[in-house]
Design a protein around this ligand. Structure first.
Ligand code: ATP
Ligand code: MG
Length: 400
């Protein structure tokens, strides 16, 4: 059922678009009364005659009292300012008055969202998910490939709730590698300001599979610059309350956003390939992480694209890094083919040797003992304002 707030008689087309069982209400006060009588109701559509301020006030109230109820507002016209204002208030969707197919889709999305946040909102009170950041300072090592595959592995066909965050703000590939259409992205989190919460963040997610959600990188040129690094702290804090695991894909650069993600993570997964430049870059990265006092116990090194033919063995890499490798992922063309099909190989072919290597790593290094190890390591680590100390700007230095 849907509650429709419309001071005048709604058109037949609008009623038909909203489907059977629509409950009309002439004012938002009447909507409030109806919601009290209908504890399982999940959707309110606000007609174009209701002012945006009034709709926003209503959405702010609902956010606290009934976070599972979505508000979709029909507007006489759409503009960027109205959109930012609506987002901040917690209105899930704005739809232009003439766009009935758009309204149907917006209502369906809101309903799906309510279902998907039902568990996280209930769980948010107590549970703490784990945040895992994947990083390599050399471009093209396979961060996005590993991030998508690790997310799929942890998701385990729906056994766990996982969120994949694309923190490669300017050149993010998660959307294209999973063939997702970015409707909302990380840049939309900025409008929430200090009002960021599970309901608001849930509205930014794009579903890959039920229970495997993605927070995608901005798509418009220049949008990456609009995301202040401090947003990452708030986002990760909210997401860890909503999901069992949050997997963060990063750009090949130490920038302030990446440092915030590393700070907010339980585990750092550092990637290299069996090539001299990648190994040298990882050596520098490890030195940098040591210098910044990130505890070694919270990091794993992965050798991706291992290949007997290239002349550098896992032993050579360990010697050069003076660190142990936690997992070796074979070089395999099927990984590229799966990437190009938009499905992580771990989801498509769980018994493939690449999928098995990732599953083994996940079981050994990211299992239940992770939280305890992280707590112990963090308790020992000194606190440092790492971003300022490094003196990096929002752009950092890209290494490819
Ligand atoms: N184990 C593997 N075997 C074969 N190909 C792989 C493997 N891992 C990654 N690749 C391929 O390597 C290329 C680069 O991978 P990916 O985009 O994941 O790297 P990245 O580190 O995210 O790059 P960037 O730094 O540009 O974000 C892709 O074509 C991907 O399919
Ligand atoms: Mg990438």
């Amino acid at each position: 059922m849907t509650i429709l707030c419309s001071p005048s008689q709604p058109s037949d087309e609008l009623i038909a678009a909203l489907g059977a069982g629509v409950l009309p209400a002439p004012t938002l006060s009447r909507v409030r009364e109806l919601l009290e009588q209908l504890p399982t109701e999940r959707l309110v559509v606000v007609g174009p005659e209701v002012g945006l301020d009034e709709a926003a006030g209503f959405a702010i109230d609902l956010r606290l009292t009934r976070p599972l109820v979505g508000v979709v507002a029909i507007r006489p016209e759409l503009d960027v300012e109205a959109y930012a204002y609506a987002m901040q208030a917690g209105i899930r969707e704005l739809v232009a008055v003439a766009d009935l197919p758009g309204l149907v889709e917006a209502c369906q999305r809101s309903q799906r969202l309510s279902e998907s946040i039902l568990l996280p909102v209930e769980a948010a009170a107590g549970s703490e998910g784990k945040v895992i950041t994947i990083f390599s300072s050399k471009g093209g090592c396979g961060k996005t490939t590993l991030a998508t595959n690790l997310a799929a592995t942890l998701h385990d066909k729906g056994a766990r709730r996982v969120c994949l965050v694309d923190l490669d703000l300017a050149f993010g590939d998660v959307a294209i590698s999973l063939q997702l259409e970015p409707r909302r992205t990380l840049v939309d989190a900025v409008a929430m300001g200090e009002n960021m919460d599970a309901t608001g963040v849930a509205g930014l997610l794009t579903t890959f599979r039920p229970g495997l959600e993605c927070l995608l990188a901005p798509v418009e040129p220049g949008d990456a610059e609009k995301v202040p690094a401090a947003v990452i702290d708030d986002l990760l804090a909210v997401l860890r309350g909503m999901f069992d695991y949050v997997v963060v894909d990063t750009p090949p650069q130490f920038n302030e956003h990446v440092l915030r993600a590393l700070d907010g993570s339980d585990h750092h997964v550092l990637l290299t390939n069996p090539d001299m430049a990648a190994v040298k870059n990882l050596r520098l990265t490890l030195d940098m992480l040591d210098l910044l006092s990130y505890p070694r116990a919270t990091r794993s090194i992965i050798l991706n694209r291992e290949d007997d033919r290239v002349g550098i063995t896992a032993g050579d890499v360990e010697q050069a890094l003076r660190s142990q490798i936690a997992a070796r992922i074979p070089n395999n063309l099927e990984v590229v083919a799966a990437f190009n099909r938009g499905v992580p190989i771990a989801a498509e072919k769980p018994s493939h040797r690449v999928s098995e290597a990732i599953r083994k790593f996940s079981a050994q290094c990211l299992d239940g003992s992770l939280a305890a190890r992280t707590r112990a390591a963090k308790a020992q680590a000194p606190k440092k304002p790492r971003g300022r100390w490094l003196g990096v700007g929002a752009r950092g230095v890209r290494n490819a």
